[in-house]
Design a protein around this ligand. Sequence first.
Ligand code: HEM
Ligand SMILES: *[C@@H]1O[C@H](CO)[C@@H](O)[C@H](O)[C@H]1NC(C)=O
Length: 335
Amino acid sequence: MESNNIFPTLTLSTFTVIVVLVYQYYYVVPSNAELQVGFYDASCSSAEFIVKNEVQRAFFTDRGIAAGLVRMHFHDCFVRGCDGSVLIDSTPSNTAEKDAPANNPSLRGFQVIDNAKSRLEFLCPGTVSCADILAFAARDSVELTGGFGYDVPAGRKDGRISLATEASANLPGPSFSVSQLRQAFANKGLRQDEMVTLSGAHTIGRSHCTSFSNRLFNFNTTTNQDPSLDPVYALQLSRQCPPGSTNPNSVVPMDPFTPTIMDTSYYNNILASRGLFTSDQTLLTNSATANEVIANSQSPFVWRSKFADAMVRMGQIGVLTGEVGEIRANCRVIN
Ligand code: HEM
Ligand SMILES: *[C@@H]1O[C@H](CO)[C@@H](O)[C@H](O)[C@H]1NC(C)=O
């Protein structure tokens, strides 16, 4: 009798869980069918070429721009989906995403998007979205720094809302633990292994001292320095970021040896206790993520293809397509 009662209950709750999971999957990461590779082939055939040209031009002046654009696409996608909302300027009545502490003053590369946008508005007015320009620019940045590219499904529309509070609520922080990171990515429909794969982007670019200085001085009430950080590296970092340093602009490369090359040294660094952030080094504290760190460090070519796939999946988070959203004329201002 008891099993007769319990069985339908279990089936029902299992069914509910499946429905909810399937719903969340399609809700958070809409199906590939909505975006298309070569979306602008008919309407603006040189769109991708123009973006690439602008990214290259900027890269030859400042190679750090590539890192800035990869991060900007990530920060766009994690807040209201990849809808170009990170590009919108604040107004007297609204503090936009780009002015949240996670983005200001660290995010860079806005001018590259503006330059591409103005050329595209001249060539094919009202056709290419800011969100797509950013997705193409991130891919071009990977190509310039890593030597590998990937096709970018396009057809995103631009959003009309950008709130600093949402950036703070949705972007993972540098002191996150594995479980907090997993949750932040799961909230966007991305798996834990994709989180580890995408974190490999920390193989290029820079960080402000403020993002990790808690690991160097006054770590907690009993220990000054984070014991999971290699002491030699910690010493070097504390020279670059002296305690009580009041310069909020001080930066260090995240991968000291090859800061402009997209390779797998991010994973080697972690294995040598030289992950810059708590959120990097913490990947060794969980056996699944630790195994992925080891696998990625041992198989650079496998990592490349996983990274490309994960960038495409990230680029599909919460996209606006079809009649929803707009094609902004100026990426900084809603129409
Ligand atoms: C896993 C969670 C992540 C956390 C907690 C995190 C955090 C950070 C922080 C604190 C910085 C330094 C900002 C500064 O102080 O200047 C940074 C830089 C960077 N991040 Fe992440 N990040 C994460 C994931 C990602 C992902 C998924 C990507 C891209 C796929 C990415 C790409 C970058 C790049 C390229 C930079 C260098 C930016 C530059 O040089 O301008 N990060 N990240
Ligand atoms: C301080 O950090 C160390 C190393 O992570 C840890 O062992 C210790 O328990 C921490 N102390 C407090 C008071 O949190």
